[in-house]
Write a protein that binds this ligand. Sequence first.
Ligand code: HEC
Length: 168
Amino acid sequence: MRKGEKGIFVVMAISIVVLIGVKIYQNSKNEGEDPGIPFYSTANKEVKDGAAKVMHFVECKKCHSIWGMKDFSQSVPAPSLDGMGMFRTEEWLYDYFSSENPQEMLTSRLKPEYRMPSLTHLTDDERKVLAKYIFSLKVEDWYLEETKQARYEKLTGNKYNNEAAKIK
Ligand code: HEC
């Protein structure tokens, strides 16, 4: 190996070591700054797949966001389904989805065409798997307060303040 070539190798080796060092430093610095996505589901694959079919069919995403996403052509201010399992029991959800008139269980502030529709046209098994899945949608503790506030504001149309924040 000629002298010049040796020099290039040494420079390259140093550069690589420096780059790796910078990367490791950046990664360690980011820890705590970006805690990641706060939403998760505790459901198994069977429940997830079963519910996905029903949700696709009913088009929940026309009104609700889930996993932070919503059909962007829609502007219905329905609460996000992310974290819903922190606020409702599986039984409540099943009853809600089985009600002829869901607004009897949860009053609406919206025009009739934007309100939560009755899902009585689904089969009992479909409503059960839906309730199971929606109940499985949880949120990490560090994001619970934000989720609570966003839901309150969607349901009531009012700004959240701590005294008023009890939704039946
Ligand atoms: C036409 C719009 C629309 C569609 C479609 C829709 N929803 Fe809703 N949903 C709403 C609205 C709006 C509310 C808030 C109550 C109201 O205004 O009736 C609501 C309320 C809810 C709630 C209770 C929210 C809470 O904070 O307690 C759940 C759970 C829910 N919907 C799940 C679903 C699921 C699951 C689907 C699909 C299978 C679905 N919704 C389809 C509009 C919709």
